[in-house]
Ligand binder design. Sequence first.
Ligand code: GLA
Length: 728
Amino acid sequence: MIRFDEKNKVFLLDTENTSYGIAVVDDRYVGHLYYGKKLRDTDIRYLLREDEAPFTPAANKRETGSFLDCAHMEYPETGMGDYRESAVCIRSMSGHRASEIRYEGYEIIQGKPALEGLPATWAQDSQCGTLKIFCRDSLSGMKITLLYSVFEGLDALTRSVIIENEGTEPFYIEKVLSACLDMDDRDFEMMSLAGSWGRERRIQRRPLGYGRQNVASFRGESSHQEHPFLALVTPGTTQESGEVYAMNFVYSGNFIAQAEKSQFDSVRMTMGIHPEGFTWKLEPGERFTTPEVAMVYSAEGLGKMTRTYHDLYREHLIRSPYLHKKRPILINNWEATYFDFDEKKLLEIAKEASELGIEMLVMDDGWFGKRNLDDSSLGDWYVNEGKIKGGLRKLAENVKKLGMKFGIWIEPEMVSPDSELYRKHPDWAIQIPGRDITQSRAQYVLDFSRNEVVDGVYEMIAKVLRSADISYVKWDMNRQLATLGSYALPADRQGELSHRYMLGVYRMQERLITDFPELLLENCSGGGARFDAGMLYYSPQIWCSDDTDAIERLAIQEGTALVYPVASMGAHVSVCPNHTVGRNTPFETRGDVALLGTFGYELDITKLSVEEKAQVKIQVEKYHKYNDLIREGDYYRLASASENGSYDSWMIVEKSRRKALLFYVQTLARANTKSRFLRLAGLDPEKRYSVGEKEYFGSTLMQAGIRILPESGDFKSRLIEITEAGTP
Ligand code: GLA
């Protein structure tokens, strides 16, 4: 619900348990009042500290500078005296960079407007309200609309900004962030996700100091290294307690997420497109829409934040027809064969897999052009009939005869220098004339800022998809952007390339899922470099990491599931020694870890032992038994091996709280230890639950815990069912 107190000029945006307060100051400035637990009063202007020095400008005409430098603002301007991070900076044709963001009016509407060309959360009119605050910089004619959408059933709100040029001259947007939150510091700690290839999204936490601390990417993708997520938490915040202010960007390109602690101990938290290398020329009459930030406040620790994001994204972001369905259990040939395969090998794998209950064969990289290594043919999207004799249609038909679906890998944004496409259209690659293009994995990035490039690649890929019965596509992106230049953009628009590139990627993904509505799309980027909320708008699942080792995956999946629904995490069972880290883990553990995600296999199933094949059958049964619960339930993190070094544990609880599943893995075994009482979470304290042969109240299981005996041997996992007593 959105309330406006006309007398006090206060907006209050309420969700079930939270309020967000905004005030108009001096009829000119849009000030920030409050974000936190729900408030009943609307007369909360005292939170502006208007009567404290340096006063508001109207009361103190000779001193606007220090007001601007300390007031809590909703969308801070540049160049007028607020020296903290600004949210927007435009350069006029005269070369000046200042702007004054002054309040003009507001509108409250039911529902949530779509954001032009961008992924965004969506909602029915009855589920969401949107506040639009209109501001203007009169000298430049820049109109700014601040958008706040409030999801009533969820403690989440989204923010985005529209800049319009209502002046008579063009101006250049040099920076335009999507959200800003000013607050008093409360000894906040900053949480973010960091990593590398094979080590994506590890949770890191550090005290917030004075100055600016940020996480960012200007690699042209959300990246392996840093992640468009930032949370400020009060000291000692745990899974169950503490206050959490979180921002997550619904965008897959360059970003900055920053917290700045200033001289007066206030904190400015910001998120948006990274300004480095960014400029956008806005002609009179044109507008620019920023990607949105999803904000969550939790007064009940990190667990509540996580579950709010999971619900928000499951109910209001992901659109796939597969969202609430069990995904077919797939087998992917990448780790089985790499580039060395033909249709015979694939069919051998499919035959064995189908006998064990696997439901879809995915043919990975290497089926097109003349690609037998990673050094050619990206861009030549037609089947290599030397390798796949009889072509895709025949292969898909033969796979189908085994009772399985068929899927393929593509990497549409790329071109190999050794390809017909590059020889025909060398200008389609992103490049700076006169400079060597930075090579990475022997490939160049196509200029997806250009419609003819996107359309040209799309037509080739659509033709492939129409040529055979293809149910699934893995869309990969295996390098980062560099030597940024577009042949299609004039000199003063080159700074638009990275964002226009993302808009091109989104446009093509939208076209793909519109033209092929039944297609199951999985995004991927050299493992998990584009696991973000932007991509989830197009695909219900994203490959989490190229590291498939079950123990490494504990940390990767823990970090990913901190924000994203578990069923969106691409997770497969692979062979040992693991191809990335060389570790041996029990086959059962590999299956249990992959069950938290989409579940599938990435190995040569024809080479498994009889015992391992028997295990596959058991795992397939477990998937069918538990996937509805895992996909739709509430996720609780009980313990983190990254923190305690010896065991990892999570639970999924059905929304009705009648059923739950507990996962426990002992990483390294230790000598001479006692059993551990593991406290469960999320159950109904008043209900009685069966655990094995025994029955307990939910309160006993949550307060005293269940007993976990130490096991002999490393990396042993357990799945334990907890069911309301009397439920079948
Ligand atoms: C990336 C993906 C892998 C695989 C290879 C193929 O690294 O993450 O799963 O598809 O590309 O080249």
